[in-house]
Ligand binder design. Structure first.
Ligand SMILES: [Zn+2]
Length: 335
């Protein structure tokens, strides 16, 4: 957590506009894909400074720095670049979802994507901040940070007079409250994809090993954003693989996009939805137009030969038509 560094030109935006927190799907997409770049002039916002997410006078989404803030008519939210992760992946980037036949049939039936709560995945590090034996170092860092935060005030304000005991109590309360958000992060609803220009033999082995009737759906990051447009809070983002022996995941809820280095072969792009805080569910279908989502289907190189007909007739029964092709893993060599 580095310091927020508001300059007079940023303050002028806050004086002119009050943020209303209204973030449409298109604005969230822009906030993720542009990260810290002003869409108007292409300038990158320095650490600690805000970029402003909102709408122009024609209600068109806008993400601008103070540099181009005159275009902004409504402010949805400021975003501060204090160590946030860059989750963006190009819209044109190819993504794959390897699955067995039953999951594919379920997808056709449900006409949408199935999201699983992160805590139900086999990786115990989903939503984790770091390694257990490095927890004390992390705690102490944030306790120090909070001690400072509760005893300093922004310019123009008098810092509150607190006894040492009160400072300690408040710092510990704040630490507890940020750690409590982990429960919610682990309830996030997640749908996973693999980013790759081509097929991956390793993933075939993992997700549809020999003799299983598996397939891979091919799509793009842009399609995933479109598929998630039924949800205002969906984020499509590239997973960051971290060496937890050396660092911690993000303190913010975006750490749902952080995984262990040992899983980096997954090259994951995930769609994340927030789970209802009051009635969290274990899974959820997000309806989408499968025709637009699926660019093609590749049949597992290990599937038996009769599978092609079954797949074709199943797709036809549900009224779809997809471009189906065999896996290139089965291409013949010459010597
Ligand atoms: Zn600008």
């Amino acid at each position: 957590m580095s310091d927020i560094n508001i300059q007079p030109e940023d303050q002028a935006v806050f004086d002119r506009l009050k943020s209303d927190g209204r973030i449409t799907h298109r604005l969230r997409r822009m906030m993720t894909q542009q990260w810290n770049t002003c869409v108007s002039c292409g300038r990158n916002t320095p650490q600690g400074r805000p970029v402003f997410a909102g709408y122009d006078e024609n209600k068109k989404e806008l993400l601008v720095g103070a540099c181009c803030s005159d275009r902004l008519a409504h402010l949805a939210t400021p975003v501060y670049w204090t160590g946030t992760l860059n989750l963006s992946a190009p819209d044109s980037s190819k993504v794959w979802r390897y699955m067995d036949f039953t999951k594919f049939v379920a997808m056709l039936m449900q006409q949408g994507l199935y999201f699983t709560t992160a805590e139900n995945f086999s990786d115990p590090f989903e939503g984790a901040i770091g390694l257990a034996d490095r927890e004390t170092i992390w705690d102490n860092y944030y306790l120090d940070f909070f001690r400072q935060a509760v005893t300093t005030a922004p310019p123009g304000y008098t810092p509150p007079k607190l006894s040492d005991q009160e400072v300690e109590a408040e710092a510990h309360r704040l630490l507890k409250s940020i750690k409590a958000t982990s429960t919610h992060v682990r309830k996030s609803l997640v749908n996973c994809w693999h980013e790759n220009d081509d097929e991956s033999e390793v993933l075939w082995q993992l997700y549809s090993p020999p003799s299983e009737t598996g397939l891979a759906i091919q799509s793009t990051v842009g399609n995933l954003w479109e598929a998630a447009s039924n949800s205002d809070q969906a984020i499509v983002g590239r997973v960051h693989y971290l060496d937890f022996r050396k660092r911690y995941a993000s303190i913010q809820s975006e750490r749902i996009f952080c995984k262990r280095q040992s899983l980096s072969h997954e090259r994951e792009i995930r769609i994340v939805l927030q789970n209802d805080r009051n009635e969290p569910s274990n899974g959820q279908v997000l309806k989408c137009e499968l025709r637009n989502l699926i660019d093609g289907i590749v049949i597992s190189p290990f599937a038996p030969s009769w599978f092609v007909d079954v797949l074709n007739s199943t797709i036809a029964k549900f009224g779809f038509e997809f471009d189906i092709r065999p896996s290139s893993i089965n291409d013949e060599p010459f010597f």
